[in-house]
Design a protein around this ligand. Structure first.
Ligand code: DAH
Length: 330
């Protein structure tokens, strides 16, 4: 009887150890634990027969049973460790990033040289407290000419021939129209910088385009003088081109009085870079400002011109043909 139960216990141990060693998942392992060591498991069932044993044999069988139980428990612990490790390993492998895999290539864009100049110029004026303003490219005759002291018979219109639309509107010839729109909508003090596209009926060649860009500058306040204009332009041009000699040359614009053209000494030559002047009292009157109280200065310049000088371009058309070999240089 004893030997029979002992043999059964040992057989159970053998069978259990084998099954546990073959367990291939933690769930499977738990099933085996319940099967062999659970309350109603195989070991318990076998030990249920202990009561029938003669009392003197019980300690010996009990010791065997304990040893079997311990052996199975040890085997279970070992296998659990193995399976847990395998599970972590599998997880790590599944989540591994191959850092040597080629990435997705996003071609990098660039700022077009025209926008580059606009950004730089606007930044400089914003640094001096100016606000960015804009206006429509399709304008009325009033905003583009008339309110800027340029009546229909004015000879200055010849220099700014433009495209007229069937409804009588036109494509603005300069950003100066933004001056009027902004002053109509706001009260002094005013400090604005207005970049934008403008149009002229010019024949296209190396230095002319029918569509190009300008940046307009306007300041209106009490007590502004030509000195303020000069100082502002000087600060701007130095920030843009470096500390080069500049000169103000008397000129004429209908919307400024006095007017001047600004030249910059570039590579030993005087280069005309912008127009400017004190806002003509007639312009202030057109927007309802009292010229006895307010004065202002204004300036306007061509973005392409600046780009050509700064980037040493020989032909304005390079800026419009979207040739990537050209654009990638910037
Ligand atoms: N609007 C002028 C042009 O297109 C440039 C200009 C000159 C603008 C003098 C101004 C100015 O504001 O004061 O030729």
């Amino acid at each position: 009887m004893t030997t029979n139960l002992e043999a059964q216990l040992l057989a159970l141990q053998q069978e259990g150890e084998k099954a546990i060693a073959a367990a291939n998942s933690l769930e499977n392992l738990e099933e085996l634990r319940v099967k062999y060591l659970g309350k109603k498991g195989n070991l318990s069932v076998l030990l249920g027969g202990m009561g029938k044993l003669p009392p003197e044999e019980r300690p010996k069988i009990g010791a065997v049973a304990n040893a079997v139980k311990e052996a199975l428990q040890t085997k279970l612990d070992q296998q659990r460790a193995v399976l847990e490790m395998a599970k972590i390993q599998a997880q790590l492998e599944a989540e591994t990033l191959d850092v040597t895999m080629p990435g997705i290539y996003y071609p990098q864009g660039r700022v077009h040289p025209i926008n580059g100049i606009i950004d730089r110029a606007v930044d400089i004026f914003v640094g001096m407290g100016y606000t960015v303003a804009s206006g429509p490219e399709m304008e009325t005759d009033y905003y583009n000419f008339e309110a800027l002291n340029t009546p229909p018979d004015h000879p200055a219109r010849d220099m700014q021939d433009t495209f007229y639309l069937p409804d009588g509107n036109l494509l603005r010839t300069h950003t100066s129209s933004v001056q009027i729109r902004y002053m109509e909508a706001e009260e002094p003090p005013i400090r604005i910088v207005a970049p934008g596209r403008v149009y002229r009926r010019d024949n296209v060649d190396a230095t002319h385009a029918a569509v190009f860009h300008q940046i307009e500058v306007l300041a209106v306040d009490e007590g502004l003088t030509f000195t303020d204009l000069k100082g502002t332009i000087k600060v701007f041009l130095e920030a843009m081109f470096g500390e080069l000699p500049i000169r103000f040359r008397a000129s004429y614009f209908p919307f400024t009085e006095p007017s001047a053209e600004v030249d910059l000494q570039w590579n030993g030559r005087w280069l005309e870079v912008m127009g400017c002047g004190m806002v003509d009292p007639n312009v202030l009157k057109a927007v309802g400002y009292d010229p006895e109280i307010y004065t202002g200065f204004a300036a306007g310049f061509g973005v392409e011109r600046f780009a050509m000088v700064l980037h040493e371009l020989d032909d304005i058309r390079r800026l419009y043909t979207s040739d990537l070999r050209f654009l990638r240089q910037f």
